[in-house]
Design a protein around this ligand. Sequence first.
Ligand code: HEC
Length: 121
Amino acid sequence: MRRILTSSAAILFLSGIVVANATAPRKTAKEVMKAGFAGDSSLIKKVLSGDSTDEDKKKLLDLLVDLVENDAPKGDAIEWKMQSGAAVLAAAKLVTGREGSLEELKTATNCKACHDKFKGK
Ligand code: HEC
């Protein structure tokens, strides 16, 4: 429970940064999906397989930063920042080699869970 609360606090903090962020995302959500998520040999699949380089992990983190900086086509705006923010946080933990981060990233990048709420048609 404490861990959950701590993560939520971190995500809220992260959302605060995003809300205050003045720079535009370099890639749209669509471009992020095409570059890192779509297809059987996607970057996300490679990273989640556990068999990826530090470079792969950093590239994924970079894409997820762009994702969180976008608005979602549908759904609640704050909830979107929390959900996409959780993926950024998990990827950042993976890059810094924290224990359990791969599992966390897997949960945070569930395709259907995110698409159902935020993808639109
Ligand atoms: C944190 C949220 C989130 C997660 C996790 C996520 N997606 Fe997406 N995805 C989106 C959003 C938002 C869009 C809609 C982008 C738009 O139309 O602007 C999208 C769109 C897409 C598209 C359509 C791109 C296009 O050309 O229109 C594909 C393909 C896709 N996602 C694949 C995946 C796969 C595969 C996974 C899981 C491995 C995944 N996504 C996980 C948020 C997410």
